[in-house]
Ligand binder design. Structure first.
Ligand SMILES: NC(=O)C1=CN([C@@H]2O[C@H](COP(=O)(O)OP(=O)(O)OC[C@H]3O[C@@H](n4cnc5c(N)ncnc54)[C@H](O)[C@@H]3O)[C@@H](O)[C@H]2O)C=CC1
Length: 478
């Protein structure tokens, strides 16, 4: 079977179910088909469907349906909420391969990676199902037998706005902790990868969440801004680019709504000459090529200590050339398709610009090249030599981003010293992109605000109420 045949088979098998909006516990047709944008299958360029954006009325319906569900759901105990979430995880695990295939069709990433992503989503739901019963306050003794206690309460209706690079994982990483804490959510996926969020909505429903607890509204910037401005929305959790993140923060500020922002990065990976070279090479590939390089925390600025640069480059180039590029639905493929033709053009533009700048490199220092400074979001690794630890730390931190970082060395003291001095929300030692639902994830500097994953995320989906109790008589000054 040739490539085209294989791809048509995959589209046929994973036929799309519409409509893709979901609120009040059911799929909902958009009111108007006007302004619909095509959704493409990245691997073939075929149109999968036309996606009409939700307008003000639909956004309002979704938010109101979320609010009604929140009133019921927030009264349940953590144990009860956890039980429903565990059921959702069980259903998702059962359908893991089918969901992964839909993700491949809609995103272009390989089936191998998509399966890993859905597995991570299942783990995310399980993890937060386990956290739900542990939510608790504090008891504080005060003078005269008086005391206070704190209650960890949900925020209400939370909005999730997602990017296209990890469609289902992002929907889960926002909704699972939100729901575990007693909130409801209205989620807007990226219009480029809108399909799996509604599958998640159906799974939650099947697992037993109240109708309206998790809703999906489709659309782009306009729908997103309607959500951010809606007065019944308490919080916005956003994943995407820095410029859009700034707009979301501005809109949320108008209603003094909380925000979590997971934005872009240009993360440094530092490889010292005392490293285990083979692991460092493997780490650099894992830091750059997952999901065709469209990963926010990728280590795209690779600094290699000068003595080992030639061996490192030789090995990286050899292994990169051997990457199996092709039909993402095939098990053996290790690199699929970029999300869209414009994204491909953008990535190629960076490469062309770099080639020009290399020709005039006596005038442009390596770190000043455009491809070293800006987030490319494609499979492009920049490798630069360095001499000393002090120098490389200064260069690594010389960026407005601060999402992640990495270091390869056999020197334990150096590893922890470098981790301490890198200005980034995560530092990987002797590996890269080993993210997990059990550890906090979030950026420093312009890479974002707040954390997702791990116990830390609870802070961002709850508010703390203090209850102060008088046990004696009121001592009045008046
Ligand atoms: N760091 C990361 O995780 C990501 C970074 N990016 C970067 O951003 C570039 C552009 O990709 P996009 O998908 O256009 O990212 P984007 O940041 O514009 O979009 C992300 C999400 O925000 C929504 N959105 C856009 N404008 C909005 C607004 N005014 N109000 C509310 N929501 C809004 C989009 O519909 C999408 O759901 C990529 O080429 C890449 O460099 C993209 C996705 C993820």
């Amino acid at each position: 079977m040739n490539l085209i045949e294989t791809l048509s088979r995959s589209i046929h098998q994973h036929h799309l179910k519409e409509p893709l909006n979901f609120w009040c516990g059911a799929r909902v047709q958009a009111r108007s088909a006007g302004n619909a944008e095509p959704v493409y299958e990245p691997a073939t360029g075929r149109v999968l469907c036309d996606l009409p954006p939700c307008g003000a009325e639909e956004v309002d319906q979704a938010v109101r349906s979320a609010h009604a569900a929140y009133l019921k759901w927030s009264r349940l105990s953590g144990m009860e909420r956890g039980r429903v979430l565990l059921e959702a995880a069980r259903i998702m695990r059962e359908r893991l391969v089918d969901i992964a295939k839909v993700e491949v069709v809609n995103n272009g990433k390989t089936l191998t990676e998509a399966k890993g992503n859905i597995h991570m989503a299942v783990q995310g739901i399980e993890y937060f199902a386990g956290i739900a019963p542990t939510l608790a306050g504090q008891h504080i003794q005060m003078p005269g037998g008086c005391f206070a206690y704190t209650r960890r309460e949900p925020l209400g209706v939370c909005v999730g706005i997602g990017a296209w690079n990890f469609p289902l994982v992002l929907a889960v990483m926002k909704s699972a902790p939100a729901l575990a804490c007693g909130n409801a959510m209205v989620y807007k996926p990226s219009p480029m990868a809108p399909i799996t969020a509604v599958i998640l909505a159906e799974i939650y429903k099947e697992a037993g969440v109240p109708d309206g607890l998790f809703n999906v509204v489709q659309g782009g910037a306009e729908t997103g801004s309607l959500l951010c401005h809606h007065p019944m929305v308490a919080k916005v959790s956003f994943t995407g680019s820095v410029p859009t993140g700034k707009k979301v923060m501005e809109m949320a500020a108008k209603g003094v709504k909380q925000v979590t922002l997971e934005l872009g990065g240009k993360s440094p990976l530092i490889i010292f000459k005392d490293c285990e070279l083979e692991n460092a090479v493997k780490g650099a590939l894992m830091a750059n090529f997952l999901t065709q390089g469209q990963v926010c925390c990728n280590g795209t600025r690779v600094y290699v200590q000068r003595d080992i640069l030639p061996q490192f480059l030789e090995e990286v180039v050899k292994r990169t050339k051997a990457i199996a590029v092709g039909d993402p639905m095939l098990d053996g493929t290790r690199m699929g398709a970029l999300i869209s033709r414009p994204q491909l053009d953008k990535v190629l533009g960076f490469v062309k610009e770099a080639q020009k700048q290399v020709l005039v490199r006596y005038f442009i220092h390596g770190d000043d090249m455009t491809c070293v400074k800006e987030e490319i979001f494609g499979p492009v690794m920049s490798v630069m030599p360095f001499d000393t630890e002090e120098e490389v730390l200064q260069r690594a931190n010389n960026t407005t981003f601060g999402l992640a970082s990495g270091v390869f060395t056999r020197d334990v003291a150096r590893a922890h010293r470098v981790a301490e001095n890198l200005q980034a929300g995560t530092c990987f030692i002797n590996n890269y992109n080993t993210n997990s639902v059990v550890v906090p994830f979030g950026g420093y500097k312009m890479s974002g605000i707040g954390k997702e994953n791990g116990q830390a995320v609870i802070e961002y989906y709850t508010q703390l109420k203090t209850v102060v109790v008088e046990m004696g008589d009121v001592q009045s000054l008046f």
